[in-house]
Design a protein around this ligand. Structure first.
Ligand SMILES: C[S@@+](CC[C@H](N)C(=O)[O-])C[C@H]1O[C@@H](n2cnc3c(N)ncnc32)[C@H](O)[C@@H]1O
Length: 242
């Protein structure tokens, strides 16, 4: 996608609308993550508006975050409890925050926001760097197969009487890059929501983890520890040191 800048895909406009329709997995995710944290310190990579971090902190978990988009952090700060979280604005594959953590987590496909294999490996290495010896890195992401079955598609996201939302996508299996634009057509005009993701399947992630000195300890098909099967649309993977 010519001229795409990853830093702008979660700008002020997207950030202001981000929490309008929550994903619905927040409670289950917090339950899972609090159990894995076991009372220790927690760090969320790509913390966003605090969709997961804030309810987790409400349960008494000590949560910090790293986030690239200042607009998403501003949104987090505007919510109750948002000022209490320590958030570093920066790149999760590079940024270092003090101390070690019993849990580092990265959810909602956010690993895909890093657009090269090197950056994604660096992200695993950075997670490992922040972990206590018995700590865990939890990654939740889609299994991309359904998205990539067709290399190009346009899919209606919603159909209204005075507006429609279209998901316009192109997937390149050579680079594993999915170029996507959420296009809204309404009487106010046309609004674009471009994003590019590098899709990876679980086995590539497992090798990235090994490079970072971690091993897959558990893999689930959802936050409620559903079995991971050939039909799973997403996975929750727990990596620990060898
Ligand atoms: C789908 S949102 C997820 C936000 C939050 N984790 C959640 O579950 O709601 C993806 C987030 O990743 C952030 N992001 C993208 N690239 C990043 C990077 N290199 N370092 C840190 N955050 C990044 C975006 O700004 C955005 O807030």
């Amino acid at each position: 996608m010519d001229g795409f800048d990853p830093a702008t895909s979660f700008g002020p406009d997207v950030a202001s609308r981000y929490d309008n329709s929550l994903r619905g997995d927040e409670q289950a995710a917090c339950r899972f993550l609090a159990e894995v944290a076991g009372g220790g310190r927690v760090l969320e990579f790509a913390i966003g508006t605090g969709r997961i971090a804030l309810p987790l902190a409400e349960q008494g978990v000590s949560v910090a975050g790293i986030e690239l988009s200042r607009a998403m952090v501003d949104q987090l700060r505007s919510k109750p409890g948002g000022d209490a979280l320590h958030v570093t604005v920066g790149d999760m594959s590079l940024e270092r925050v003090p101390g070690t953590h019993s849990l580092v987590y990265l959810v909602f496909n956010s690993l895909f926001n890093l657009l090269t294999q090197d950056d994604q490996v660096r992200c695993f290495e950075n997670a490992a760097r922040h972990l206590a010896d018995d700590g865990a890195f939890v990654v939740e992401a889609a299994v991309p197969s359904a998205w990539t079955a067709q290399h190009e598609y346009v899919r209606p996201e919603w159909v209204g009487t005075d507006s429609v939302g279209l998901d316009v996508c192109r997937y390149d299996p050579v680079t594993q890059l999915l170029e996507e634009n959420h296009v809204t057509l309404s009487e106010k005009g046309i609004r674009f929501g471009p994003i590019v993701c590098r899709l990876i399947w679980p086995p590539e992630m497992d090798l990235m983890a090994r490079i970072a000195g971690l091993r897959l300890a558990e893999r689930w098909g959802g936050w409620d520890r559903q079995p991971f099967t050939a039909d799973s649309k997403l996975h929750v993977s727990v990596y620990r040191r060898r």
